[in-house]
Design a protein around this ligand. Structure first.
Ligand code: TSJ
Length: 643
């Protein structure tokens, strides 16, 4: 309070008092204006400034924006727009430029014809950045002159001055975030780059560059996408095979709002929907997404029936039509209402109607003109629908069989005697001969063995229904007892240690990848709770006379070999490589890999599973090129997935 009073003393001009009060409020409660004073708030300052330049681009006067991180984490933003107006405003008697920078909420309220649709999370703009910066410097190129003005923590430190002449127009802003206001004032280049690239996609033809001058080497990226969100969809779908050709683009406008949608289906099974309102990401979705989904489902059902690709009784669901879809939705509207937990959900219901009608009209038209795409998409949705039905039946079958009867265990399972799941382990073993050794070598009181197939992955493709409805995984689902997917129930889990025992070679690695992918997609809580393990079988057997030892790595092999010869360096130590689990006899397997007293188990983390899922997608996908690239760059990793 006393600080404001002091300023009242200093500045007799009443309008100035108000200005100071406004920006003092920003410094008192920065979080209210920029979300937080953590790294996210720090980056938000840049977005606030860039948004102004993007508005100028939207208005059609600017096609170039440069964002630079200068040494000392000073930010510089430059555009080639008309330049912030510098004329004296009649109401305040001050240059518009000064008002923009010193009056809260002034952004966009001056000039004319400015179509204000962008805007940061809180839409407060330049004055907030000024308030939260140690210093700010603005230069405007306009009408042949260069105007400059400086500020510090919201105060004017240099009145607007002409500092030179110029032949072009544009605005240049430099600011240094105030360390008194932020927990950390170091910028992350990648964060800015990603955000700016997103903005470049959302504003077709706008050239945005990002630059980092802090390090020894200059980092520079330039983004310009003539195709706008079409190219965004292409990027998101980069390593996937399209089943619908190039991205399908639809747009339309009504009552000053516009909607743009780009979609493409790939041969995968995931749905990726990215939506924006006024260039702001809306991860919580909202009316634009709702309109899109309704229209998409409607159009594909209507089209499919009209073209006799669907039977009258077929009804493909929203989930089915969106299987494998990548979609970017971008709407621009005058008064966006952001709702939800994180204010990232669009509430304007008129936008639902707009997106709905754009997609209904334009997609129908597109499919009429591109019947091959129409057919491919309907067929895919129909497959999805059938897979979903098969999965549902498989779940039901599991549900029935794992019901009350306890004698319903699969043939391939040799169960243990113990009944308390917390004390029980199940070894999932690849191949019949390894399973045979495991069955004989195990401690049957608490160790169960489930024999699985070998080498299936080379022939199997990655359809979701082939994972879920797979006959070969069915015994596993039955043995674990917990159900899958929506029906998963931890209470019913029969073992708290699920141990994947596969060879330390490529095939073993494939098996592990499939198993982890399966657990990750359908029984994720098992991994989250740390119930899934990988057995660690030995790689080498070392023998000297009657003494035999095993090693789990090359280093250990060398160390053991040395220690076995400690008394006599010339002694002969025979080293042989275990070729596979199948070659071990039951005692060997027990002692090296299964005995809880001696074995090593590697707990599978969610990270491992995510990686496996990605590996699986790449390895099993139809696209040859990324698969080859991936194998080449990860050759070692493929062989030794988890060692
Ligand atoms: F606001 C700001 F300082 F943060 C900022 C504004 C920062 C940057 C990098 C650029 C801009 C900006 C503002 N670029 N272009 C404009 N344009 C206007 O402010 C402008 C110019 C002329 C007219 C007009 O009606 O003649 C209207 C406007 C809004």
């Amino acid at each position: 309070m006393s600080e404001i009073e002091t300023k009242v003393q200093e500045n007799y001009d009443a309008s100035k008092i108000q200005v100071l009060e406004g920006l003092e409020a920003v410094r008192m409660r920065p979080g209210m204006y920029i979300g937080s004073t953590s790294s996210s708030g720090l980056h938000h300052l840049v977005y606030e400034i860039v948004d102004n330049a993007i508005d100028e681009a939207l208005a059609g006067y600017c096609d170039r924006i440069c964002v630079t991180i200068e040494p000392g984490d000073v930010i510089r933003v430059l555009d080639n727009g008309r330049g912030i107006p510098v004329d004296i405003q009649p109401q305040t008697g001050k240059p518009a430029l000064e008002v923009v920078y010193t009056v809260l909420h002034a952004g966009g309220k001056f000039g004319n014809g400015g179509y204000k649709v962008s805007g940061g999370l809180h839409g407060v703009g330049a004055s907030v950045v000024n308030a939260l910066s140690e210093w700010t410097e603005v230069r405007v190129h306009k009408g042949g002159k260069i105007y400059q003005m400086r500020f510090s923590r919201g105060h004017v430190t240099q009145e607007m001055t002409v500092v030179g002449e110029t032949t072009h127009t544009g605005t240049e802003v430099r600011f240094k975030p105030d360390p008194e206001m932020f927990e950390d004032t170091v910028y992350n280049y990648n964060t800015l780059f990603t955000r700016m690239r997103e903005q470049a996609f959302l504003n077709a033809g706008l050239r945005i560059s990002t630059e980092d001058l802090r390090g020894e080497e200059r980092v520079y990226d330039e983004m310009c996408y003539e195709g706008g969100i079409r190219e965004f969809v292409e990027l998101l779908n980069k390593n996937k095979a399209s089943v619908s050709g190039a991205p399908i683009y639809m747009e339309g406008s009504r009552d000053g709002s516009t909607a743009e949608v780009a979609i493409q289906w790939n041969d995968g099974y995931n749905e990726l929907l990215v939506s924006f309102a006024n260039n702001i990401h809306t991860p919580e979705g909202g009316m634009h997404e709702t309109g899109f989904k309704t229209a998409l489902t409607y159009v594909l059902n209507a089209y499919g029936k009209e073209k006799k690709l669907l039977k009258d009784e077929d009804n493909i669901s929203g989930d089915d039509v969106r299987e494998g879809i990548t979609a970017v939705i971008s709407v621009k509207l005058e008064n966006p209402q952001f709702e939800g937990q994180t204010k990232a959900k669009l509430g304007n219901s008129e936008i639902r109607t707009l997106v709905d009608s754009v997609v209904k009209d334009k997609l129908m038209l597109f499919l009429e003109e591109n019947p091959a795409v129409g057919k491919a998409v309907i067929e895919k949705a129909l497959m999805a629908s059938k897979a979903r039905e098969a999965a549902r039946k498989a779940r039901e079958k599991v549900r029935r069989k794992t019901g009350l009867e306890s004698g319903q265990m699969p043939d391939k399972l040799q169960d243990c005697n113990e009944r308390d799941p917390a004390l029980c382990e199940i070894y999932i073993v690849e191949g019949d001969s390894a399973a045979g050794s495991a069955i004989q070598g195990r401690d049957s009181r608490f160790q169960a063995i489930l024999a699985m197939w070998g080498k299936m992955l080379n022939v199997e493709k990655a359809r979701t229904d082939k994972i879920v409805g797979n006959d070969k995984l069915y015994p596993l689902i039955l043995a674990l007892g917990s159900g899958i997917g929506e029906d998963f129930n931890m209470e019913k889990l029969r073992y708290h240690k699920i141990i994947i025992m596969a060879d330390a070679d490529v095939d073993g690695s494939h098996i592990r990848t499939l198993m982890l992918t399966f657990f990750f997609r359908y029984m994720r809580p098992l991994i989250e709770n740390g119930f899934v393990y990988s057995a660690v079988p030995p790689l080498y057997k070392l023998t000297r006379g009657k003494t035999t030892r095993v090693a789990y790595s090359d280093e250990e092999r060398d160390a053991i070999s040395q220690s076995m010869r400690a008394d006599n360096p010339n002694a002969k130590v025979d080293i042989s490589r275990f070729k596979g689990l199948g070659e071990m006899d039951p005692e060997e397997l027990w002692e090296t890999t299964m005995d809880p007293e001696k074995r090593t188990l590697r707990r599978i983390t969610l990270d491992d599973a995510v990686r496996a899922d990605q590996v699986f997608t790449v390895l099993m996908g139809e696209e040859v090129e990324p698969r080859r690239e991936w194998i080449e760059s990860n050759a070692k990793y493929v062989v030794n997935l988890d060692i």
